[in-house]
Design a protein around this ligand. Structure first.
Ligand code: G
Ligand code: G
Ligand code: MN
Ligand code: NA
Length: 254
């Protein structure tokens, strides 16, 4: 309850921030975009990470208001980069299922894109399988409209949920993100490797792109590259960065 009150205050007082973890395109070797990750700069506590408060946002429904703030903040940042030497950056935001059901995600996104004059192609949404399944009809309806605008959709933490191949192809999506659990031991555990390879193969046969998250070492990266994974994200390349550091990394790589 204390945490809920503190989070309401955080929203009112502008204590939330987004950090950005780069994704690298394995075909070009260049930064292809970034995932926006929520941070709470809580007075007296320093930087607080989502593991400590996202569940409270979700349980209290505050995630709907926070989600709208996240989309607006991401679009504001895309616009700032566009007008700077950094240039166009694809930004992925995490979306919770309650945003589809209780919020008006389509309106929030349209307003943010217009307010900041952001091309929809630069915005990507990450949803978990659980979020997709919890209200499939409504989710498909909203995602279909958003994709008509040019927004990209990725399934996050893929492989940990219950999506069958048949189910997956009903959803209007562009990408799968292989869950960190299968990436962690990809070069040492044949079962994890088999799952990762199956996801890559399945994704490509459905014309979807594949991102691996949690890549921490060169052997993991090389294994994924050899096996035709399209993009990687993880500590090997970079931790989540402040907007300033993210922009600097892109500019230095040009
Ligand atoms: O940044 P970090 O690795 O600590 O994030 C931990 C978890 O919190 C991730 O699994 C991520 O999906 C979730 N998370 C981070 N930022 C957001 C956000 O903006 N919205 C939602 N719904 N979840 C987020
Ligand atoms: O949306 P999601 O929960 O998947 O967010 C990604 C989470 O994974 C963030 O909390 C981020 O800090 C974390 N993360 C990103 N890269 C790595 C990595 O290479 N190793 C580990 N252990 N965690 C990572
Ligand atoms: Mn994510
Ligand atoms: Na994830």
């Amino acid at each position: 309850l204390d945490l809920e009150m503190a989070l309401r205050r955080a929203l009112d007082q502008d204590e939330l921030e987004l950090h950005y973890q780069p994704k690298v395109n394995l075909h070009t070797g260049r930064i292809s975009g970034a995932e926006a990750l929520l941070r709470w700069n809580r007075p007296g506590h320093g930087m607080v990470y989502p593991a400590e408060f996202v569940s409270v946002l979700e349980e209290t429904g505050l995630i709907v208001r926070t989600g709208a703030w996240i989309i607006d903040a991401a679009c504001r940042q895309i616009a700032a980069w566009l007008e700077s030497p950094v240039g166009p950056i694809h930004v992925a935001v995490n979306v919770a299922s309650r945003q589809f059901v209780e919020g008006d995600l389509e309106r929030d996104i349209n307003e943010a894109l217009e307010r900041h004059e952001v091309p929809p192609e630069l915005l990507e949404l990450e949803l978990t399988e659980t979020a997709l399944m919890s209200n499939a009809e409504r989710t498909i309806e909203v995602l279909t409209k958003l994709r008509e605008l040019g927004i990209k959709v990725a399934i996050d933490d893929f492989g940990t949920g219950y999506s069958s191949l048949a189910y997956l192809q009903r959803f209007p999506i562009d990408k799968l993100k292989i869950d960190i659990a299968f990436v962690r031991n990809i070069t040492t555990n044949p079962n994890d490797a088999a799952i990762a390879l199956a996801i890559i193969s399945m994704a490509h046969s459905l014309k979807l792109r594949v991102v691996a998250e949690g890549v921490e070492s060169r052997p993991q990266l090389e294994y994924l590259r050899r096996n035709r994974c399209d993009e990687v994200q993880g500590f090997f390349f970079s931790r989540p960065l402040s907007p300033g550091d993210m922009g600097q990394l892109v500019v230095n790589g040009k």
